[in-house]
Write a protein that binds this ligand. Structure first.
Ligand SMILES: [Fe+2]
Length: 134
Protein backbone atom coordinates (compact mmCIF):
# COMPACT_ATOMS: atom_id res chain seq x y z
CA UNK A 1 0.00 0.00 0.00
CA UNK A 2 2.98 2.30 -0.35
CA UNK A 3 1.50 4.28 -3.24
CA UNK A 4 -1.85 4.98 -1.61
CA UNK A 5 -2.77 7.59 0.94
CA UNK A 6 -5.16 6.11 3.44
CA UNK A 7 -6.65 8.54 5.92
CA UNK A 8 -7.41 5.94 8.56
CA UNK A 9 -5.29 3.13 9.98
CA UNK A 10 -4.99 0.32 7.44
CA UNK A 11 -5.92 -2.30 10.02
CA UNK A 12 -9.18 -0.49 10.83
CA UNK A 13 -10.41 -0.48 7.25
CA UNK A 14 -12.40 -3.35 5.72
CA UNK A 15 -11.10 -4.90 2.51
CA UNK A 16 -13.94 -3.52 0.34
CA UNK A 17 -13.08 0.02 1.42
CA UNK A 18 -9.43 -0.60 0.59
CA UNK A 19 -10.41 -1.82 -2.87
CA UNK A 20 -12.68 1.21 -3.40
CA UNK A 21 -9.76 3.40 -2.34
CA UNK A 22 -7.59 1.67 -4.93
CA UNK A 23 -10.20 2.28 -7.62
CA UNK A 24 -10.74 5.93 -6.68
CA UNK A 25 -6.98 6.51 -6.63
CA UNK A 26 -6.74 4.89 -10.06
CA UNK A 27 -9.57 7.04 -11.40
CA UNK A 28 -7.77 10.18 -10.21
CA UNK A 29 -4.54 8.98 -11.82
CA UNK A 30 -6.26 8.20 -15.12
CA UNK A 31 -7.80 11.67 -15.34
CA UNK A 32 -4.51 13.25 -14.28
CA UNK A 33 -2.91 11.42 -17.20
CA UNK A 34 -5.65 12.65 -19.55
CA UNK A 35 -4.88 16.20 -18.44
CA UNK A 36 -1.14 15.75 -18.88
CA UNK A 37 -1.51 14.25 -22.36
CA UNK A 38 -3.96 16.98 -23.36
CA UNK A 39 -1.51 19.70 -22.39
CA UNK A 40 1.48 18.02 -24.04
CA UNK A 41 -0.46 17.32 -27.23
CA UNK A 42 -1.66 20.92 -27.33
CA UNK A 43 1.84 22.40 -27.37
CA UNK A 44 4.06 19.97 -29.25
CA UNK A 45 5.09 21.09 -32.71
CA UNK A 46 5.74 17.51 -33.83
CA UNK A 47 2.66 16.09 -35.60
CA UNK A 48 3.63 12.46 -35.01
CA UNK A 49 4.23 13.03 -31.31
CA UNK A 50 0.91 14.90 -31.08
CA UNK A 51 -0.89 11.91 -32.61
CA UNK A 52 0.79 9.51 -30.16
CA UNK A 53 -0.04 11.71 -27.20
CA UNK A 54 -3.68 11.96 -28.27
CA UNK A 55 -3.81 8.19 -28.77
CA UNK A 56 -2.36 7.65 -25.31
CA UNK A 57 -4.77 10.21 -23.80
CA UNK A 58 -7.70 8.36 -25.31
CA UNK A 59 -6.48 5.09 -23.82
CA UNK A 60 -6.38 6.75 -20.40
CA UNK A 61 -10.02 7.74 -20.94
CA UNK A 62 -10.84 4.08 -21.57
CA UNK A 63 -9.05 3.12 -18.36
CA UNK A 64 -10.96 5.78 -16.45
CA UNK A 65 -14.27 4.54 -17.86
CA UNK A 66 -13.50 0.97 -16.79
CA UNK A 67 -12.65 2.01 -13.24
CA UNK A 68 -15.69 4.27 -13.07
CA UNK A 69 -17.91 1.36 -14.08
CA UNK A 70 -16.32 -0.80 -11.37
CA UNK A 71 -17.11 1.92 -8.84
CA UNK A 72 -20.64 2.41 -10.18
CA UNK A 73 -21.39 -1.25 -9.56
CA UNK A 74 -20.33 -0.93 -5.92
CA UNK A 75 -21.74 2.48 -4.97
CA UNK A 76 -25.53 2.70 -5.41
CA UNK A 77 -25.41 6.47 -4.95
CA UNK A 78 -22.86 6.89 -7.74
CA UNK A 79 -25.02 4.61 -9.89
CA UNK A 80 -28.05 6.79 -9.18
CA UNK A 81 -26.22 10.01 -10.06
CA UNK A 82 -24.69 8.59 -13.21
CA UNK A 83 -28.16 7.48 -14.31
CA UNK A 84 -29.34 11.05 -13.81
CA UNK A 85 -26.50 12.95 -15.44
CA UNK A 86 -24.75 10.72 -17.96
CA UNK A 87 -26.13 11.04 -21.46
CA UNK A 88 -28.64 13.68 -20.44
CA UNK A 89 -29.00 16.48 -22.92
CA UNK A 90 -29.64 20.13 -22.34
CA UNK A 91 -28.88 21.98 -19.14
CA UNK A 92 -27.15 19.71 -16.61
CA UNK A 93 -28.41 21.71 -13.65
CA UNK A 94 -31.95 21.33 -14.94
CA UNK A 95 -31.43 17.57 -14.92
CA UNK A 96 -30.84 17.88 -11.17
CA UNK A 97 -33.98 19.94 -10.74
CA UNK A 98 -36.00 17.35 -12.63
CA UNK A 99 -34.39 14.49 -10.69
CA UNK A 100 -35.08 16.13 -7.34
CA UNK A 101 -38.61 17.16 -8.31
CA UNK A 102 -37.90 20.89 -8.12
CA UNK A 103 -39.05 21.22 -11.72
CA UNK A 104 -41.62 19.03 -13.35
CA UNK A 105 -40.05 17.15 -16.23
CA UNK A 106 -42.82 18.30 -18.56
CA UNK A 107 -42.22 21.94 -17.62
CA UNK A 108 -38.43 21.96 -17.98
CA UNK A 109 -37.27 23.86 -21.07
CA UNK A 110 -35.41 20.79 -22.28
CA UNK A 111 -38.34 18.55 -21.39
CA UNK A 112 -37.71 14.94 -22.16
CA UNK A 113 -34.08 15.45 -23.03
CA UNK A 114 -32.67 15.48 -19.51
CA UNK A 115 -34.04 12.11 -18.53
CA UNK A 116 -31.49 9.46 -17.71
CA UNK A 117 -30.77 6.96 -20.44
CA UNK A 118 -32.23 4.14 -18.33
CA UNK A 119 -35.57 5.91 -18.22
CA UNK A 120 -35.39 6.70 -21.90
CA UNK A 121 -34.71 3.05 -22.70
CA UNK A 122 -37.79 2.10 -20.71
CA UNK A 123 -36.33 -1.21 -19.57
CA UNK A 124 -34.06 -0.06 -16.78
CA UNK A 125 -30.99 -0.74 -18.87
CA UNK A 126 -28.59 1.86 -20.13
CA UNK A 127 -29.14 0.73 -23.68
CA UNK A 128 -25.61 -0.68 -23.88
CA UNK A 129 -26.87 -3.93 -25.33
CA UNK A 130 -28.46 -2.15 -28.25
CA UNK A 131 -25.17 -0.42 -29.01
CA UNK A 132 -23.39 -3.74 -29.12
CA UNK A 133 -26.02 -5.20 -31.41
CA UNK A 134 -25.65 -2.33 -33.86
FE1 LIG B 1 -4.22 4.42 -17.78
Amino acid sequence: MSSENLHEAREDLPEDIIDKHRAITSLIEEFDAVDWYDQRAAVTQDAELKAILIHNRNEEMEHAAMVLEWLRRRYPVIDEHLRTYLYCEGDILEAEEVATGKVDEDEAPAAGTSRPAATAAGDGSLGIGSLRDA
